[in-house]
Write a protein of this length. Structure first.
Length: 212
């Protein structure tokens, strides 16, 4: 009789263990599914935003004699640890590739959030459309001159805001914020080498557009 009770107790214990285990797995699966769903929604939102920007970019390129095959779109509303520099294929309306890019620290040791300015010496990012100009060998190696095309970034050239790379920018996405610049859209060394042939081989200026 005692053995029977012991066996019953053991089987009840096993059933309880299985139930708690499966319940935990179920909760974990639901949590993963929720995160995945959020990431999917966020991805769709970014893609939709880029598609809307590309419509204006295509029109601008056609009217002003810019490269109509590709443009560079930078979405500053995204965290700096996420890819937010997009090489956009305009004819096929899709993202060709993407990478990390800095934003300006506005002369602070570390800028919390975002702040934009077009004032010379401000150290901030300037929103707006840019014409990518000639290449040269600068303080950080290969760099491209940028010409601001809007009122919000008209001082870019005199502010020495250029497209260049720096080793502080990771090659892949990270959880934390990345380094900040003095206003230049700074990318990783490998990503700049990916952008280089696109710019150098283009017979027309390539549009770079920084927005939020």
């Amino acid at each position: 009789m005692a053995k029977t009770k012991a066996l019953l107790s053991f089987f009840v214990f096993l059933l309880l263990c299985c139930w708690f285990s499966s319940s935990g797995v179920s909760r974990k699966a639901k949590a993963i599914a929720t995160v995945s769903k959020k990431e999917t929604v966020a991805g769709k939102s970014i893609t939709q935003k880029l598609k809307q920007k590309s419509v204006d970019a295509v029109s601008f390129a056609a009217i002003n004699g810019y490269n109509q095959s590709v443009c560079f779109l930078i979405d500053m509303s995204l965290p700096s640890g996420e890819n937010r520099f997009f090489v956009y294929d305009m004819p096929n309306d899709r993202i060709r590739s993407s990478g990390l890019v800095t934003h300006g620290r506005c002369n602070q040791m570390w800028l919390e959030g975002r702040k934009y300015s077009n004032v010379p010496g401000c150290g901030c990012t300037s929103l707006g459309k840019y014409k990518i100009g000639y290449s040269y060998n600068g303080t950080f190696g290969l760099a491209y001159k940028l010409y601001g095309l809007d009122k919000s970034n008209s001082n870019a050239f005199k502010r020495y805001v250029v497209l260049h790379s720096h080793e502080c920018v990771p090659e892949n996405e990270v959880k934390d914020e990345i380094c900040q610049s003095d206003g230049c859209p700074t990318v990783s060394p490998d990503f700049l080498q990916e952008l280089r042939p696109i710019i150098d081989k283009s017979t027309k200026p390539v549009l770079l557009w920084i927005f939020e």
